[in-house]
Ligand binder design. Structure first.
Ligand code: NOJ
Length: 754
């Protein structure tokens, strides 16, 4: 057995053992089958397995620039010749069967196709955007929704989703913030692992198991200035400490594919970075699956100024460790000749092909190329009532109550007249959010429908647009003001359209469009109790009539059941329990802004002078709403913080407990959060870091002791020499309800005794 084969094989087994699920070790005969194929494959067929093309059989190729083959006949011919290994972004069993038929029955070796797609937050049943759902701070919920998405996607003829996005996103100008779990590394890692588990299920061979692809490897969220496709200049310590852990978590949960980022890191495009894709990803992190390029990213090495031409780009990408080229067609075009001329060793190609075939083998495609291609499943497993119910539950759990002076919840049986104002009242085109192109917007529940459905007397709801998303409308503000005057309560449905976030939607200003702000300010002047429902794919900088409303709810893009989920919260059927996965700054110009920043040598202190301190001259450098913030309709207090020991021995853990009490009048859920701060270290540490969290549901008057275990591993960071280390010393601990305030304690880590 050659070295590469041994590495891949032992790796598969090792990761199966390490994760416990869902990957089984390949049987000896499966390995032999792959070996036999590789022996018989021509270099062209090998390059074909390493090629992924847009699926023109099922002409549904979501927003990507038109490139490569876009024609069914040509694509069929390529498959027949064994020049394609994977199709992406088409759905539907009939089309998929047609393509698979050609691959299995008409190509020389009959290797089945892998069918991939971007199922980011739902296929037909649309769940909240990933950032919204991250507000639940709940891996169990994220796993459940990912499972439901997998059930639908596999019923529609897909084997793999290009999700979850594992990029930590600390700059709200970056449009792709919406696709991930926000600014925190621990939360992103937990939710990435949960989503991988949900997509893949317990057994990869099952018809409803959807392969996951944590992306974009790596530090894609760290693009300078939040500019999509931009450059990343980052210390290796930060790269390892902040951006790698979510990927480690995703691979630990069993993900067998990943995607290289479009961006360059420290001068080398990720797609051509062997240190990143081979030394770090495989040798250090132990990843044993295969790597996709992003869409035409190999070709883009030329525009980066890193490759001389397309041929050189293909060479650089494959040598770096990109196993599967997406859409450019560069591998099929150039790999055969690159191997012939000795520019790329055949052994490199064989390793890549082996990785791809092992994954196809692990998911049972060779034994059953028709898995996930079942017309009956397509009819019965998609858009089911159970999935709708889960979308509603997830929707309500994703809402964050940012502020509330008591106006909420409203009484559904109340006599009050409600004016629902804004461009998102009856809007269905912007309910789902970006990356939901398979869903039918007509099937979504808009805000007005949701609210009306919950009210005993729906006639008490008046609807006025007031303005369009970006433009004023003639007489709009006057009509809105009139409706506000006639109402007892105003609900403003404002925010971003769904095309304002997502891929290629970086923005310099993260505010509500001016026309809507003007509407909100005019309505605020009426001085009626006002509730703002924000629709958005990122944290926003809020002002005036919006920021000063009596209640403000972050509702993101909640998906198919948006209106019902919002009504559940507004009328108090469900108590809000979401927490912010991203900090809301005061101003756009504070970005990148995140809670786990450094102290600096001149920090501002509460009530202290701000002269010559690390702050903007024009804006306080705090958050309007900090990471982890989110209110409930009831009130929780925390007390009685206790540590089992104020000393932590090197190999022992400390138990941290605190009592949470519901002192309000309603049942509710709180997410208790534990943060640490390393006071003195050989590399300066963030002012706070989230380490643990727990969701607790309490009846009025009830209390419960929350228990966290803290060990040396939780105190580690990437220190000198780029290694994870823990240093003895004093650590602050807070147990609280957000990244600000909380009960404070201290623990000292002692060096090992000699
Ligand atoms: C480009 C995006 O960056 C990536 O996330 C996506 O999976 C591919 N396009 C395929 O649509």
């Amino acid at each position: 057995m050659d070295l590469d084969r041994r590495t891949v094989l032992s790796g598969l087994i090792a990761s199966a053992i390490a994760s416990g699920l869902p990957l089984r070790a390949l049987a000896a005969e499966e390995v032999a089958r792959v070996d036999d194929l590789i022996r018989r494959m021509t270099i062209e067929e090998k390059a074909g397995q390493m090629t992924c093309l847009a699926d023109s059989f099922r002409p549904f190729n979501p927003p990507n620039p038109a490139a490569g083959i876009q024609d069914e006949k040509r694509l069929a011919e390529e498959i027949r010749k064994g020049r394609v290994g994977c199709l992406f972004n088409g759905i539907g069993v009939a089309g998929a069967r047609k393509a698979q038929e050609i691959a299995v029955r008409q190509s020389r070796l009959g290797i089945p196709l892998l069918l991939a797609g971007d199922v980011i937050h739902g296929l037909k049943t649309i769940f909240p955007v990933p950032l919204g759902e991250a507000s639940s701070f709940d891996p169990v919920l994220c796993q459940r929704t990912a499972r439901a998405m997998a059930v639908e996607a596999t019923a529609a003829g897909l084997h793999l989703t290009f999700a979850p996005m594992a990029d930590v996103a600390r700059d709200q100008r970056w449009g792709r913030v919406v696709e991930g779990a926000g600014e925190d590394v621990t939360l992103t890692a937990l939710l990435t692992a949960a989503r991988v588990r949900g997509f893949q299920g317990r057994d990869l061979r099952r018809d409803d198991s959807l392969l996951a692809c944590p992306k974009h490897f790596t530090a894609y969220g760290a693009v300078a200035g939040g500019l999509e496709y931009g450059s990343v200049d980052i210390s290796e310590e930060t790269l390892r400490e902040t951006h790698l852990p979510p990927f480690t978590a995703g691979f630990g949960a069993g993900a067998l594919t990943t995607m290289a980022a479009f961006s360059e890191i420290n001068g080398v495009p990720a797609t051509a970075d062997r240190t990143l894709l081979t030394d770090m990803l495989r040798d250090e992190m132990g990843f044993h699956g295969f790597v996709f390029s992003d869409y035409t990213a190999d070709e883009e090495l030329v525009a980066h100024g890193y490759a001389e031409d397309d041929r050189d780009a293909a060479r650089l990408a494959v040598l770096a460790g990109v196993d599967m080229s997406m859409q450019s067609g560069l591998y099929i075009r150039y790999l055969p000749d690159l191997v012939k001329t000795g520019a790329v060793p055949m052994a490199t190609i064989d390793v890549a092909v082996r990785r791809i075939l092992y994954v196809k083998m692990a998911m049972g495609l060779f034994d059953n190329p028709w898995r996930s291609l079942d017309e009956a499943a397509e009819k019965s497993r998609i858009a089911t009532p159970a999935h709708r119910a889960l979308a509603r539950e997830a929707g309500a759990r994703s809402v964050v109550l940012l502020q509330n002076d008591g106006v909420l919840p409203l009484d559904p049986a109340g006599k009050q007249k409600i004016a629902l104002i804004g461009p998102f009242t009856e809007d269905k085109a912007n309910l789902y959010g970006p990356w939901a192109f398979y869903g039918d917007p007509g099937q979504g529940v808009d805000v007005a429908t949701g609210l009306r459905g919950a009210m005993n007397d729906p006639d008490r709801l008046t609807i006025v647009a007031g303005c369009a998303i970006h433009q004023p409308i003639d007489g709009g503000i006057d009509a809105a003001v009139k409706a506000a005057r006639a109402a007892d309560v105003v609900i403003l449905a404002l925010g971003e359209s769904q095309d304002m976030s997502g891929e290629a939607q970086s923005r310099t200003v993260i505010e509500i469009p001016a026309a809507q702000q003007a509407l909100a300010d005019a309505v605020a002047a009426v001085k009626k109790p006002t509730v703002v429902l924000l629709r958005h794919g990122r944290a926003l900088a809020l002002h005036d009539g919006v920021a000063n409303a009596n209640a403000v709810l972050a509702t993101w893009f909640l998906g198919s059941e948006a209106g019902n989920a919002i009504a559940d919260i507004v009328f108090g059927k469900v108590d809000p329990s979401g927490k912010l996965p991203v900090s809301f700054p005061w101003e756009s110009g504070q970005e990148p802004f995140f809670y786990d920043r450094k102290s600096t040598g001149r920090p501002t202190v509460p009530n202290g002078s701000t002269e010559y301190k690390a702050r903007y001259a024009t804006t306080d450098n705090s958050a309007r709403y900090p990471f982890g913030h989110g209110l409930s309709y009831t009130r929780f207090v925390l007390d009685n913080l206790k540590l089992s020991d104020s000393a932590m021995r090197w190999d022992q853990s400390v138990t941290v407990t605190a009592r949470l009490k519901n002192i309000g009048k309603r049942r509710g859920s709180e997410i208790v959060q534990l943060y640490i701060h390393d006071r003195v270290a050989s590399r300066t540490r963030p002012i706070r870091e989230l380490k643990k969290m727990e969701r607790v549901t309490l009846e009025p008057g009830e209390s419960r002791t929350v228990r966290f275990t803290l060990a040396r591993d939780d105190l580690r960071f990437v220190g000198q020499g780029n290694r994870w280390i823990a240093e003895p010393g004093v650590f602050d601990i807070w147990v609280g309800q957000s990244s600000q305030g909380g009960l404070h304690g201290r623990v000292t880590l002692y060096a090992p005794e000699r």
